[in-house]
Design a protein around this ligand. Structure first.
Ligand code: TXA
Ligand code: MG
Length: 309
């Protein structure tokens, strides 16, 4: 079914992975383009399908903590975070324990591995059916907004997939939070689990000083639609599409009429894509509060606009 929007069963998708093929996999955060983590050829095909300019390490998705302990070295902090947030939208960067199960290419040659147990039942079933970890970057082509619906995932990288699982719209809509536990706990990417929620378990988080190198997904221009994005806008200019937020925000793309950040996160990438499809002169976005999930939303918006703050 390569290149079509036809959906597969979990068993078909697991067979495709086992044979070295790629699979569109729903998760609770965004859709991923999945490959057998132990298969360097399959992993190379993921990089090629995404058009990543350089090899950027991938997240190894596991069915459960036992599978995670087989590939990464867990200390007490990692155990505590996994116990609190897995399955769910938190990725831990830990020392690698099995360099074959997650191949060199998937880790971009690092001696660390990013690992998470996704909460989506289809992702869980797929990994269980394969019986080993699956790497899956967001299923967008490099630099574009992550797909949060099946149709968007198919449009981005469906042509490269041997199988595709339709899990409906992603409940969270923003990528997982990435925390490195190599020395001091470090926030490499704000995401669906908030800074405050993580700090409640492991204490204060250091910032990722050299994050462009250690977490190359955090490039300045990323998650970007074709139209230029203008942030903290009071109102749209003529020709601009308008992403509103909160009560009274007009137009078809109010991220959350009630001002709810979880709803805004779930709508963000789908609305950026929908607005972009109208080929506007630009996309103006209302101010989004910075607290809680707002940190991750504003991080993605800054990158969509082409600069890091
Ligand atoms: O929600 C998510 O995390 C989604 C779904 C599909 O699980 N996946 C995702 O993958 O966002 P990707 O490849 O788009 O982003 C992975 C991020 C990148 O910023 C990458 O640089 C970072 O994790 N990363 C992966 N391995 C790393 C490592 N060993 N050290 C530091 N950063 C790493
Ligand atoms: Mg991505």
């Amino acid at each position: 079914m390569s290149g079509t929007a036809a959906t597969s069963t979990v068993a078909e998708a697991a067979r495709a992975l086992n044979a070295g093929g790629l699979v569109l996999m729903p998760t609770e955060t965004v859709y991923g383009l999945a490959a057998d983590a132990a298969n360097p050829r399959a992993v190379a095909a993921v990089y090629e399908a995404k058009g990543r300019p350089s090899f950027n390490p991938l997240i190894a998705h596991v069915a459960d903590l036992a599978m995670a302990r087989g590939i990464a070295r867990f200390d007490a902090r990692a155990e505590a975070l996994a116990a609190r947030f897995w399955p769910g939208p938190l990725t831990l960067v830990l020392p690698i324990a099995d360099e074959v199960a997650v191949c060199d290419l998937a880790r971009a040659g690092l001696d660390t591995v990013a690992v998470r147990a996704p909460g989506h039942p289809l992702a869980h079933a797929l990994i269980e059916a394969l019986g080993r970890p699956v790497v899956a970057p967001s299923a967008n082509r490099s630099g574009r907004p992550s797909p949060t619906t099946f149709a968007d995932a198919v449009e981005e990288t469906g042509a490269a997939a041997a199988a595709a699982l339709d899990g409906g719209p992603c409940a969270v809509g923003l990528e997982s939070t990435v925390v490195a536990l190599l020395d001091q706990p470090r926030l490499l990417r704000p995401g669906a689990v908030t800074r405050a929620e993580i700090e409640a378990v492991v204490g204060p988080l250091d910032e990722a000083d050299d994050d462009a190198r250690r977490s190359p997904g955090r490039l300045a221009r990323h998650y970007a639609p074709n139209a230029p994005v203008r942030l903290e806008a009071e109102t749209p200019n003529p020709g601009e599409a308008w992403l509103a937020f909160g009560p009274g925000g007009h137009g078809p793309w109010n991220l959350s009429p009630s001002g709810d950040l979880a709803e805004a996160a779930a709508n963000l990438f789908a609305f950026l894509r929908a607005a972009d499809r109208t080929a506007p002169a630009g996309i103006a976005v209302a101010p989004i509060p910075h607290e809680g999930l707002g940190e991750a939303i504003n991080d993605r918006l800054k990158r969509a606009a082409g600069f890091v703050g």
